[in-house]
Design a protein around this ligand. Structure first.
Ligand code: ADP
Length: 646
């Protein structure tokens, strides 16, 4: 169904676009995951940058701090050296002077100094003190790396130009001092020359730290720089755990998306195949001329197609409401020919919603579900009403023809008999009359004999009449078919019988419908039928007191044939006679069935035979006003009937 505000989007159907978008839904989780991962990466990069900046700042602060502390230490040392220099004696009195006895020098050697040399103005050594000597070891301690010097002039106001005191110390010893343990744990501390050569390092070569580093001019040594390098290198942003996890997550999502897409494609293909199949099935079901019905094992309807609905006259919804009671609803039309055969199906009779019976052939096979379990029955139903009707019509036609032939033969026999009996019966009547006359002329007439002779003449005469009547009724005549209107035929028959009817005191009235369609009939045959019915009506009223009325009525009546309604022309003769006396039409139309003394019992049999040879029907019922109603109906002019016409 289209939306009322449906607008085509630049040639693409909006709903088509929507369904295309829906088909691309599988990519949504992937895109979301991708965006999420991108956000995490951006965050990681930013975080990394901030951490690096913070780290840089820390390194810088630590470098500055170390530089200041080292400078302070050296300043202290220089101050000590100066103090020692101030306390030195004059060079002239320095012979055999033990410099190590000076408390400042002793403290300096104990602390950090490797040696202290006293030079005069010319650079000659006046005195010397060494740490190893002071400690009592003879082995000279040679520093493995470079050594640095602290210089303090010995000259002052008191002793001008007396030289200088030089303290040699190991800068590595200074840097590796326990005082800076907290730095050594975090950083590699280096002294770098102006040519970028490492003068000193707290690390053994080959174990260089790789983290953040900062360097600055080292105050204590001209042209040297102090460099701090973090031991632990901060990992790159792409090597951090969240990013690694996110990449792993993305890989998993990619695989999941691919699987999802494959699954969706399969589902879409299956759905498309299912839709095609459903559409085919639907069109097959709807176009099938066979009724289709699926029932569960309890008899509840699962499915019916359109043909089935048309067959029984109920809509699908109504059938769904009827539920398992469906069979009782439609199958109560009697079932004379019911038989069951697996391959040939079951023939049964159902009742259409409008009340008419329909003959159907039901072919049922088990209905199985996807697991192969039987869940019900699938039935194909073929409407064989028309076939049965044609078969029935054919049978009746043949029966009517056989009846006709029998009646014709009978008529011929009766005619011959009548002809043959006529002469002897006339003779018997004549002779009996003659005998009676002769007996009357005798002197002593025997009354009994005369009576017997007269009775003989009377009965012979009656027998003659019967023979005449039979001959008249069964006179052989060839039918002559044509298109006729019924009303004039009725009027003609009534006119012909008017005198006879008047004699019995019957009052005939006509109730003829105008504009009736023509019918294809043998005019004289149908007129004979109407006359017969009129005569029977008149006979039925002859022994009855009270009003004697006959109403002849013509009508267009609806009759169902081949599953559809047709308009048949019917003629009904209603009398106020004795009624049917409990006899049905089958009994009344049996040849030679008669309740009349002088009846032949052939009239109605012939009427039925004539009507059935027209494809019509004869019926009889008790009239609601008392009396009987005999009627017949003729089908509308139909060329197919001409084939069956005798
Ligand atoms: P018949 O008239 O020679 O008896 P029919 O075949 O015409 O033979 O009629 C058969 C029987 O049907 C009659 O004997 C009568 O019992 C019955 N019948 C026919 N028409 C009527 C009628 N209008 N009312 C009552 N019974 C009738």
């Amino acid at each position: 169904m289209r939306l009322p505000y449906h607008v085509p989007l630049s040639g693409i159907d909006a709903q088509g676009l929507l369904s295309r978008l829906a088909r691309l839904l599988w990519v949504a989780p992937f895109l979301l995951s991708l965006s999420f991962t991108a956000l995490v990466i951006v965050w990681a990069q930013d975080n990394d940058r901030l951490e690096r900046e913070a780290s840089q700042r820390t390194v810088m602060a630590d470098t500055l701090s170390l530089d200041a502390q080292l400078a302070a230490r050296l300043e202290t040392e220089t101050a000590t050296l100066r103090a020692a220099a101030a306390r030195l004696p004059a060079p002239s009195a320095a012979r055999n002077y033990q410099m190590a006895t000076l408390p400042e020098i002793a403290a300096g050697l104990d602390r950090r100094w490797l040696s202290v040399v006293w030079l005069d103005v010319n650079g000659r050594i006046i005195g010397e003190a060494r740490r190893e000597l002071r400690r009592g070891t003879q082995t000279s301690i040679q520093s493995p790396g470079i050594t640095l010097h602290l210089v303090a002039p010995t000259s002052d106001l008191r002793r001008p130009q007396t030289g200088q005191l030089i303290a040699r110390y190991d800068p590595a010893d200074l840097i590796k001092s326990k005082d800076f343990w907290w730095l050594a744990a975090q950083y590699e501390v280096q002294l770098v020359s102006g040519q970028d050569q490492v003068i000193l390092s707290t690390e053994t070569p080959g174990h260089a730290a790789r983290g953040e580093s900062y360097e600055m001019p080292f105050q204590a040594i001209a042209d040297a720089r102090l460099r701090l390098t973090q031991r632990v290198r901060q990992p790159h942003w792409f090597a951090t755990l969240p990013v690694v996890l996110m990449v792993g997550f993305l890989a998993l999502v990619t695989i999941a998306t691919w699987l999802l897409r494959r699954q969706m494609n399969r589902v879409a293909q299956a759905e498309a195949a299912w839709r095609t199949e459903a559409a085919w099935r639907q069109s097959m079901q709807e176009s099938a001329l066979v009724g289709l019905r699926a029932r569960d094992l309890k008899g509840g309807l699962l499915f019916v197609n359109r043909t089935f609905c048309a067959m029984v006259g109920y809509s699908q919804d109504e059938l769904a409401k009827i539920g398992p009671g469906f069979d009782e609803q439609v199958q109560n039309a009697g079932n004379p020919n019911r038989h069951r055969n697996k391959s040939e199906g079951q023939e049964t009779r159902w009742r259409h919603r409008d009340g008419r019976a329909i003959d159907v052939m039901v072919f049922e096979s088990p209905l199985v579900d996807g697991q192969g379990q039987q869940v019900g029955w699938m039935g194909s139903i073929v409407d064989v009403t028309e076939r049965k009707r044609l078969e029935e019509m054919d049978r009746r036609q043949r029966e009517a023809l056989a009846n006709h032939a029998r009646l014709s033969t009978l008529g011929e026999v009766a005619s011959t008999l009548a002809h043959e009996l006529n002469q002897p019966l006339t003779s018997i009547v004549g002779y009996s009359a003659g005998i009676a006359t002769a007996l009357q002329k005798q002197a002593q007439p025997d009354a009994e004999l005369i009576e017997a002779a007269q009775a003989l003449a009377h009965h012979a005469s009656q027998a003659g009449d019967i023979v005449h009547r039979i001959r008249a009724r069964l006179a052989r005549r060839e039918p002559n078919y044509g298109y006729f209107e019924v009303n004039p035929i009725v009027t003609h028959a009534v006119t012909l019988l008017q005198r006879d009817l008047k004699r019995t005191g019957a009052d005939v009235s006509l109730d003829l419908e105008e504009h009736l369609p023509q019918v294809f009939i043998d005019r004289i045959g149908i007129e004979q039928v109407i006359s017969n019915l009129l005569r029977n009506a008149s006979d039925a009223m002859s022994g009855k007191n009270g009003a004697r009325t006959i109403v002849v009525r013509t009508r267009l009546s609806a009759r169902a044939r081949v599953g559809r309604s047709e308009s048949w022309v019917s003629v009904e003769v209603t009398d106020s006679g004795t009624g049917l006396g409990g006899h049905d039409i089958e009994t009344l139309t049996e040849p030679f069935f008669s309740t009349k003394q002088e009846g032949t019992g052939l009239g109605l049999a012939i009427c039925r035979s004539i009507l059935e040879s027209h494809g019509g029907v004869l019926y009889a019922e008790d009239a609601p006003t008392g009396g009987a109603r005999f009627g017949f109906a003729l089908p509308p002019a139909n060329p197919s009937l001409e084939i069956h016409s005798p």
